[in-house]
Structure formats: C-alpha cells, structure tokens
Design a protein around this ligand. Structure first.
Ligand code: PFF
Length: 461
C-alpha cells in the first residue's frame, strides 16, 4: 500500500474501503445529527425541513464531499499541502480550512463533556435529578469544575487517536458505529410507538409546503456543512489516507446515506417525544438549542416513568458515542495538519494537538464561569457561541467558497474528474462540474450573508 504514495511515505492508510466509509460516516454522525438536526427540523416545519435537507445532502453535500475526498486522495496531503501542491498561491485556503478544526474541537469537546456528565448523572443520580427544568444544567456549566468532564471526554478521544488510524480509529468505529445504529433504531421505534406519538411523527414526516421559506433553506444548508464535516479539512485528510482503487462516487453516496439515516432516526426519536411533552412543533422549537438535549429531553424521559431512566441512559450513551467518533475525527485532522504543516512526526504532532485542545477547552469553558464577563457577540453571549460563530458561520462558508472557486476555475474540475475516473465511472460529471463552478459558490455566499446578518440582528433565523 505505502509504495503508491510518493510524496508522503509514512502516511497512515485505511485498511480498506469500508474502514474509510465507516470513518467518514463516524465523523459525520455526531452532535449535529442528534442534537442540532432534530431541533432544526422541529423549528422549520418538520417534514418540509426533512425533505429540503434530503435534497441538499444529495446535491450540494455529496458534491462537496466528493470534491474534498478526491482532493485528499489525489494530493495525498491534509488541507494545507493539498492546496499548495496544486497551486502555491492557494496555500492560504488550506491554512484557513485547517484553522477550522482547531477552533471547533475545543468547544465540541465541551459539549461532549456535558453529554458525559449527563450520562454519569443518569446512571448514578437517576433521571429525576437532571429533569428539573434547567437548574441542574445551569449549576453544572457555571461551576468552575465543569471543565473536568470536557477533559475526560478529550482524554477518551485522544487515547483512540494515539492508537493510530488502523489500531485506534478503525477499531473504535467498528465497535461504536454499529452500536450507535442499533440504539438509534431502538429508541426511534420506542418513541413512535408511545401513546400520542403519531401526531408528532406526522408533523416530522409529512411535508407542509406552505412552510417553505428562505430561512428554512439557509438553516438546512448550514446543517449540511456541519453534519457532513465539510469545509474544515477533515474529508481532505481522510481522502489522503485512501487507497487508489476505492470507488469515490459510491463511497460519498454511502456516507451521505449513513449521515442522513442517523439524522432521520434522531428526528424520529426526538420530535414525537418532544411533541408529546410540549404539544406543538413551535413549542418544541422554543425549547431548542442546547436546552433541547440538556433541559427538555430529560423532562421527557422523566415523564415516561420507570422506563425513562433506562431510555435516558441508552440515549446519552448513543450521543456520547456519536460525539466521540466525531471528536476523534477532529483530533486526527488536527494531528495530521500539525504533522504536514509543521513537518513534525506523528508523536510530536499528537502532543502539540492534545495540549492545545485541552488548554483551549478549559479556556472556552471558563466562558461559562470565571470568564463569563467576556461576551464577544453581545449581551449574554459566551466564548463557546463566539467560537461556533467564527468557525461555522464565517470560516466554513468562506473556505467552501474559496475551495469551489479554486477547483472550479483555477485547477479546473477536470483535474479531479480524472482522479475520480481512475477508480470508477463518473456518470454525473457534467452536473458535478456545474455544481462546483456555479451553484455551490452562490449557495455558499447566501449562507455566509444570512448567518452574519442573523448574528447582527439584520435577519431573523
Ligand atoms: N459532523 C459532526 C456532527 O454532525 O456532529 C460534527 C463535526 C465533526 C463537525 C467533525 C466538523 C468536524 F470536522
């Protein structure tokens, strides 16, 4: 295997096509699917959001996924060198893309720490303890010691990354991903068979076309980026570990199906349950954001009676697995960037990355307690909100735009099409070219403008 890589002889490699698909799916399936997707679906008209999201994943999402994975496989580098090896002037795009996982990982791990805390609390204190309408959550995050859970979460993810691509990441995915699927399926079946769940299920599944609006499309597009782990160098890195025989078009379709499958199940378990508790889609949406998972859902579990305690534990194990596999992909990408960008060995790159993430996580966590007076985005905002805004709402669209313009107009889609065709036919070659050159850049500019305008109160989402 290694002999086919000329520019990076010590580079890690996936052991096969399925290991890669599982790893990319494991990166994609995370808090975005289990926490963000359900509340967006509830907020933006249930079935209409689901339908729009489905269309966007299989057009915009899968096209960009294909672009990034092919870029990685062709160049055999993580983001910085992948861009500069095609054109020296494009190095800055790689640098920008590489900065995103360094911004996301610390706060993603803090939310992972919240999940770890809620899992421990559901096991040891019972669901009654966490379902007091928000008091538990506030007391926890405002305590100075809350960072300990983030550090435990980071340590778990670091151990897997330290064990390497084959010995750690692949093995962890092989255990966690199937379990995650079984739990998601089981919980979804449990909720839809609860008395009174049908109304919520219908709201979630049947599109109401009158709910279609620009805000819905923009929210769905943003979710496509976050959920498929796009525009942050992850898929470039993962593509760079890929053997030259893997059929790329088939792989990206499967990754898209996996991701949307879990989001779909998450919606199916959460929207009807929350519907029973709150009575309407609007009321569910009002309880959205961080509060849906950490404040509203525990109340739903508590109201289920005895079985609720077990459901809560299974649910938080599921979310923890999803968050961990995504955090692992974020950390692996950071390690790979330090390795390639600073020319370090893997061991040294790991030490640098893990230290950076741990220190930054403690800092961002202080935004809820010791440093809560720092409110960069205005009254009531936190450091976590700020990191999220800079990375997701500004940098990701900018990176996606530059990437599409670079591939579409500078190196030309043909360069990547040739790479795709070395391992399979590419029937949708023309449509893909139009997407990368024209449609995706326009859509991404719309997301960027809308997100920034919404942040500064000029547009409501
Ligand atoms: N795709 C993950 C999710 O939906 O939770 C989040 C994520 C993972 C974003 C890895 C970015 C990333 F690089």
């Amino acid at each position: 295997m290694a002999s086919e890589i000329s520019n990076a002889p010590t580079r890690s490699m996936w052991s096969g096509k399925w290991a890669f698909i599982l790893a990319a799916a494991a990166s994609a399936v995370g808090l975005g699917n289990l926490w963000r997707f359900p509340y967006l679906a509830a907020k933006y008209g249930g079935g209409m959001f689901l339908l729009t999201y489905l269309v966007l994943v299989f057009t915009l999402g899968v096209s960009l996924l294909l672009l990034e994975i092919t870029l990685g496989r062709k160049t055999r580098f993580s983001a910085i060198n992948a861009f500069s090896s095609l054109d020296k002037r494009a190095k800055f795009i790689g640098v920008l893309a590489s900065a995103v996982p360094f911004l996301i990982t610390p706060y993603y791990c803090i939310i992972g720490g919240w999940v770890a805390k809620y899992l421990t609390a559901s096991v040891f204190d019972g669901v009654g303890a966490i379902s007091d309408g928000g008091g538990y959550f506030t007391t926890f995050i405002t305590a100075n010691s809350s960072f300990i859970f983030a550090l435990v979460f980071i340590a778990l993810a670091c151990i897997v990354v330290a064990l390497g691509v084959k010995g750690g990441i692949e093995k962890a995915n092989l255990v966690m991903m199937p379990l995650l699927l079984v739990m998601a399926l089981g919980l979804a079946i449990f909720t839809v068979t609860m008395p009174g769940a049908m109304e919520g299920a219908a709201y979630y599944l049947l599109p109401d076309f009158s709910k279609f609006c620009p805000e819905l499309v923009i929210a769905a597009m943003g979710q496509v980026f976050f959920s498929l782990s796009l525009a942050m160098g992850i898929m470039i890195t993962y593509g760079s570990y890929l053997g030259s025989k893997t059929n790329l078009t088939q792989a990206v379709t499967r990754i898209g199906c996996f991701d949307i499958g879990v989001s779909f199940l998450a919606g199916l378990m959460i929207v009807p349950a929350a519907f029973i508790a709150f009575g309407s889609g609007e009321a569910v949406a009002e309880n959205s954001g961080p509060s849906l998972m950490f404040i509203a859902l525990p109340q739903v579990f508590d109201a289920m009676g005895d079985i609720g305690g077990i459901i809560a534990i299974v649910f938080f194990v599921l979310v923890l697995f999803a968050a961990l596999t995504s955090a692992i992909s974020l950390l692996e990408t950071c390690v790979s960037i330090v390795q390639d960008g600073l020319g370090k060995g893997r061991r040294e790159a790991m030490v640098i990355t893990f230290t950076f993430v741990a220190v930054m996580a403690v800092f961002v966590n202080l935004g809820y307690n010791g440093l809560s007076f720092i409110q960069p985005l205005g009254e009531g905002s936190t450091l976590l909100d700020t990191f999220d805004f800079i990375s997701n709402s500004v940098m990701m669209p900018v990176v996606a735009l530059l990437t599409c313009l670079f591939v579409g107009w500078v190196v030309k889609p043909k360069t990547l099409i040739d790479e795709i065709k070395t391992s399979s036919k590419f029937v949708l070659e023309k449509a893909w070219t139009v997407m990368i050159k024209y449609i995706a850049p326009v859509l991404v500019v719309v997301i960027l403008i809308a997100y920034v305008a919404a942040q500064f109160g000029m547009f409501s989402m």
